[in-house]
Design a protein around this ligand. Structure first.
Ligand code: ME8
Length: 515
């Protein structure tokens, strides 16, 4: 069985993850589930990034030890990932003993090899981003990543010889067009960061101690990005002295799914660290766009953060999954407001999907006492729908191969849209009135089995909804071709999915709750 290793970024344990962070795990989950459905042996890893000055400061502010603080936040992250019904195989923490031990061995190996050396760093430092910047990288004198103030800082530190790998990196990226995606991010990395010249990277800190100690110089802790990036290999069993079978099976990763703001760390530092360890590079780094709320960047400190668990309580898991998967285009930022979410919910989930399933099963009950009748001859109208249904799986594959998840969902919803139109065109109630039971049987069968194929395809994206629909039509047939539903089975009365939301009332309820 072909393997597929997918990872998300590991979330900072500086606070509760907002809906933007949660978008990433849901996106990864959809891809992981899709790959499993395609027969891949998937390893899906996520987790939390727990060291560094920022987190230490947060813990102090909260009156807690760093460890107690990160334990709490990490379990909150995990709780939300679970609430979103994500199917990760491993949740790693950078405070895991296996990780800490291996990071020390990695640092030692790089040092012994001559890739890490001791020096002094002077520069402009952004504490929230834990990054040093050069004057020319600043934007309006501020941190180019977060826009906050930077301060002059100088410290003794260990450097990683990034410069040594510059030519190899340019050559690699240029000869592997799929390594950094989307292309706009690749070009940005090459032209703005790599080609202008890579400076050696300060990979230790001595001004705080919440980190992994440098094994041969314990007043230093390992730079948080060297610590964090290696999560992709340590928990899987990479070992400087001989790695586990699991590691050898799954590495290199097929996809590191991360946000656009951290593509730089993954496409510059990470490859060079891996080369230093004589490891292969991951096949792809995909920098997804951001989710904005009210068209504004979400910031924990801005007070505009929307949290996934609150949304789930209001709308249900699959409605939230649907929104984030469908409304964030491949390369541009997406926007989330309660208003938009309710609109999408009503137009897509309630009207197109929920209503279709409900209507169809109701008609089977009304006209045939719940019995699924065998179809008779198909006419042109039937064949038109059936042809689309049979092509949908290929359309989804094409979109998913490019990680165009929203487009893949559109291709699936096209089935449901066409089913609704098919009901309008065939008017089953007229057939019933005319007692044209042969034709009515065919129409209802075409609808039911189109819904079945749609639901099977939907299971990577909205797993609970898909299961619910398949249960209601009493099918566990996973085949993605039309015509597999058994005739003769008896369906119960439908249980509605995605009941319409009264927008005004819901917005009022949210406003009250937020007071
Ligand atoms: O960056 N929309 O952690 P993090 C979409 N610990 N994605 C967003 C987002 C938004 N509004 N805001 C953040 C870190 N993200 C590091 C990663 S990996 C070795 C270390 C994404 O908690 C962000 O781009 O700040 C990142 O991929 C993930 O959420 C975690 O962000």
């Amino acid at each position: 069985m072909e393997k597929y290793y997918i990872s998300t970024a590991i979330a900072y344990t500086s606070g509760k993850p907002h809906i933007g962070n949660t978008y990433e795990i849901v996106l990864a989950d959809a891809i992981a589930r899709y790959k499993r459905q395609k027969g891949f042996d998937v390893y899906f890893q996520t987790g939390t990034d727990e060291h560094g000055e920022k987190i230490q400061q947060k813990a102090i502010n909260a009156g807690k030890t760093p460890k107690a603080f990160v334990d709490e936040v990490s379990s909150e992250v995990k709780r939300i990932w679970d609430k979103m019904n994500t199917s990760y195989d491993k949740f790693v923490r950078t405070t895991d003993e296996i990780h800490e031990r291996e990071v020390q061995k990695i640092f030692q190996k790089m040092y012994d090899k001559g890739d890490i050396y001791k020096g002094e760093y002077k520069g402009l430092y952004c504490t929230p981003c834990e990054s040093f910047w050069t004057e020319s990288q600043l934007v309006d004198g501020k941190c180019p990543d977060c826009g906050r103030d930077v301060e002059e800082k100088s410290e003794e530190c260990y450097f990683f010889k990034l410069s040594k790998y510059q030519d190899r990196l340019v050559e690699y990226i240029e000869s592997h067009p799929d390594f950094i995606k989307p292309d706009s991010r690749k070009n940005e990395m090459l032209n703005n960061f790599i080609k202008p010249g890579l400076q050696d990277l300060c990979v230790s800190r001595s001004t705080f101690d919440w980190g992994i100690e440098v094994p041969f110089d314990p007043k230093h802790v390992v730079y948080v990005w060297l610590d964090a990036l290696t999560n992709y290999i340590t928990n899987l069993g990479f070992d400087v002295d001989g790695s586990s079978d699991e590691f050898n099976k799954y590495w290199p990763a097929d996809l590191h799914l991360i946000g656009k703001d951290i593509v730089r760390f993954h496409s510059i530092y990470w490859p060079c660290f891996l080369w230093s360890l004589d490891l292969e590079l991951p096949h792809q780094i995909f920098g997804h766009p951001w989710l904005l709320t009210n068209n504004d960047k979400i910031g924990k400190s801005k007070g505009n953060a929307i949290y996934a668990d609150d949304l789930v309580d209001l709308f249900g898991v699959d409605a939230v999954r649907y929104y984030v998967l469908h409304e964030i285009p491949y390369a541009n930022d997406g926007n989330l407001t309660y208003d938009l979410l309710i609109e999408r919910y009503n137009s897509d989930l309630a009207n197109i999907l929920g209503n279709l399933v409900n209507r169809t099963i109701s008609m089977v009950n009304k006209y045939f006492e719940g019995e699924v009748k065998a179809p008779n001859e198909y006419n042109e109208l039937d064949n038109e729908l059936i042809t689309y249904v049979n092509s949908a799986s290929k359309l989804v594959d094409e979109k998913m191969d490019e990680l165009k998840v929203a487009d893949a969902i559109d291709a699936i919803f096209e089935i449901f849209k066409r089913c609704n139109k098919y009901i309008d065109d065939t008017t089953p109630w007229t057939l019933a009135k005319e007692e044209n039971n042969d034709r009515l049987a065919t129409v209802l069968y075409v609808l039911l089995d189109s819904i079945r194929v749609g639901a099977v395809l939907l299971s990577s994206f909205l797993p609970d909804t898909a299961e619910n629909i398949l249960n209601q039509i009493k099918s566990n047939d996973q085949e993605l071709v039309f015509g597999k539903l058994n005739a003769g089975i008896k369906l119960d009365q439908p249980t509605p999915i995605f009941a319409r939301i009264d927008k005004e009332a819901k917005l009022k309820e949210i406003e009250e709750a937020n007071k």
